[in-house]
Design a protein around this ligand. Structure first.
Ligand code: CA
Length: 221
C-alpha cells in the first residue's frame, strides 16, 4: 500500500501521530526536516503528506512549494500552531489541501487525512514531455516512444529538474542542489555522469550542454 509521509521534527509528537496512523491502517514513512521531506517526495509516491510547518533545514512551506512546482498533486495536510494564522493562509495558497491546528485529537487528524486522500483520488498530475520522452511524476515513470526507460534515482531527478524547466538553461550547481536536495558532499562530475547516462538512454541530443554554465532540455524559449 502507498504510505503516508509524516513530516514532523518533534519526535514524541511524531511517534504518537505515527502510532495513530498505523492504528488507522496506514503505512507511515517519516521525515524530520525539510530537506529529508523534499528528498523523500522526489524518490517515492505517497498517498498523502502530513506536513508540520516549523521544521529544521527549511520550512514546511518550502517543501509544499517544491512539490507543487513540479506539478505533484500528492495531497497535503498541514499542521500549524494555533497562532500561525498567516502560515495557514499561505499554506492553503501554496496548494495545501487542508490544515489542522496543534494540539489536535488524533481521531480528528485521521478523519481529515482520510478526507484529503479520498478527494485526491481521480486527480491526475500533468505529465512532462519533450519529443518522444514522457515523464509522469505521479507514477515516477519515464517512457521513450511508449517504452519504459529504467533510470536510477539520480538520473531520474536530473531529468525531472531539466524537464520541469524546459527551454531554460539550468546551471550546473543549481542542478546539483536539485538532484542532491542541497546536501553537501557532492563529488564533482557526477552530474556529468548522469547527463551522459540520460543521453545514452534518451538520445544523444536530448540534453543540450551550454558550455561553462549548465544544461537544457527543449528549445530556447
Ligand atoms: Ca515543528
Amino acid at each position: 500500500m502507498t504510505p503516508i509521509l509524516l513530516v514532523e521534527d518533534d519526535r514524541m509528537l511524531g511517534d504518537a501521530v505515527a502510532a495513530a496512523l498505523r492504528q488507522d491502517g496506514w503505512e507511515v514513512a517519516r521525515a524530520e526536516d525539510a530537506g529529508a521531506a523534499k528528498t523523500a517526495l522526489i524518490d517515492h509516491a505517497f498517498a498523502a503528506v502530513l506536513l508540520d510547518l516549523g521544521l529544521p533545514r527549511g520550512s514546511g512551506l518550502d517543501v509544499l512549494n517544491a512539490l507543487r512546482q513540479r506539478y505533484d498533486t500528492t495531497p497535503v495536510l498541514i499542521v500549524t500552531a494555533r497562532d500561525q494564522l498567516s502560515d495557514r493562509v499561505r499554506g492553503l495558497d501554496a496548494g495545501a489541501d487542508d490544515y489542522i491546528v496543534k494540539p489536535f485529537q488524533t481521531d480528528e487528524l485521521c478523519a481529515r487525512l482520510r478526507a484529503v486522500v479520498r478527494r485526491s483520488q481521480g486527480r491526475v498530475a500533468p505529465v512532462l514531455s519533450y519529443r518522444d520522452v514522457v515523464l509522469d511524476p505521479a507514477a515516477r515513470l519515464v517512457t521513450r516512444g511508449g517504452q519504459a526507460v529504467k533510470l536510477g534515482v539520480h538520473e531520474y531527478r536530473t531529468l525531472m529538474a531539466l524537464m520541469e524547466r524546459q527551454g531554460r538553461v539550468v546551471a550546473r550547481d543549481a542542478l546539483e542542489s536539485l538532484v542532491y536536495g542541497g546536501d553537501g558532499t557532492i563529488e564533482s562530475n557526477t552530474i556529468a555522469v548522469y547527463i551522459h547516462q540520460l543521453r545514452r538512454k534518451l538520445g544523444e541530443d536530448f540534453i543540450t550542454t551550454v558550455h561553462g554554465f549548465g544544461y537544457r532540455v527543449g528549445e530556447v524559449e
